[in-house]
Structure formats: structure tokens, C-alpha cells
Design a protein around this ligand. Structure first.
Ligand code: 5GP
Ligand code: ZN
Length: 136
């Protein structure tokens, strides 16, 4: 399903031109218009899913397989020394385009990418509670 008001549906399906690095029947990989680093790319499903909560299992596995292929290509061609794979869900988590997408952010010595957060401490009580609540 496509969403007529969604810019990433239009880009993924070729209705709006983009710098495409890879395309198959399920996804399109494009360069991010405001890159965090050289080669910053986005994997867009051609179907509309707002986020990880909605995406099909089949699409989720295709996206990660595509990420793996692109990661190798980036390493070979750009000489990047690391890669951050990032996927935001919800406004609070930094999502700005509400069509599922995965960021591939190649990393270089001295780049300006910042993915740091303050580490907390996992207390015994919270560990117990979380294991109880989140065990699948
Ligand atoms: P989010 O913050 O939702 O995880 O990421 C959205 C990403 O999409 C941002 O990194 C932003 O630069 C990128 N973006 C937004 N609009 C466009 C566009 O029209 N074309 C491309 N190539 N990237 C876009
Ligand atoms: Zn969409």
C-alpha cells in the first residue's frame, strides 16, 4: 500500500527523483539529502509502513539484508572505518518522516557524527522488573 501524502512513498516508487544507489522490487536505497557523513544513505521500503511497529517481517528482513550489502559496498568504495545503522520510530525518538526508513551512516576518523548518550546504571530492582515485563 502507498500513501498519497507521503514523500518517501513517492521517492521509493520513483515518482520523485532521488540519488538512487540500489533498487529492487521491495526497496530503494537513496542518498540522504542532509547527510551526517559522506555516503549517508536511507533504505526505503516501496510499501508504506510508518515505523518498525507496522513493518512486515518479510520487509524487515529484506531491509536488513540490503543494509548488509550496502555496508560492504560503502566500506570498499568509501574507505569508511565504521558504520552506524539507525532507525527512528516516533517524533520523540527523532523521526521526522513517518515512512519507515533505515539510516546507514558511514563513519570516518574525525567525522562530526554524534551518537553519544549518558550511560545510566541498571539497578537490581529495575532489572528484575524489566526482565519480568519484557521477556517474550
Ligand atoms: P528521520 O529523522 O525521520 O529518521 O530521518 C529522515 C531523513 O530523511 C533525514 O536524515 C533527512 O535528511 C532525510 N530526508 C528528508 N527529506 C528528504 C528528501 O526529500 N530526500 C532525501 N534524499 N532525504 C530526505
Ligand atoms: Zn510512505
Amino acid at each position: 500500500m502507498k500513501d498519497n501524502n507521503c514523500i518517501f512513498c513517492k521517492i521509493a516508487n520513483g515518482e520523485i527523483p532521488s540519488s538512487t544507489l540500489y533498487e529492487d522490487e521491495m526497496v530503494r536505497v537513496i542518498l540522504d539529502i542532509s547527510p551526517a557523513s559522506k555516503g549517508h544513505a536511507l533504505i526505503l521500503p516501496k510499501e508504506h509502513y510508518a515505523n518498525l511497529y507496522e513493518i512486515s517481517d518479510e520487509m524487515a528482513s529484506h531491509v536488513i539484508k540490503t543494509a548488509k550489502k550496502m555496508a560492504k559496498k560503502m566500506q570498499e568504495e568509501l574507505g569508511s572505518e565504521g558504520l552506524n545503522v539507525l532507525q527512528n520510530n516516533g517524533e520523540l525518538a527523532g523521526q521526522t518522516v513517518f515512512h519507515y526508513h533505515m539510516h546507514l551512516i558511514p563513519r570516518y576518523q574525525g567525522d562530526k557524527v554524534n551518537m553519544k548518550w549518558e550511560n545510566g546504571k541498571l539497578s537490581e530492582s529495575s532489572k528484575e522488573e524489566l526482565v519480568k515485563k519484557l521477556s517474550l
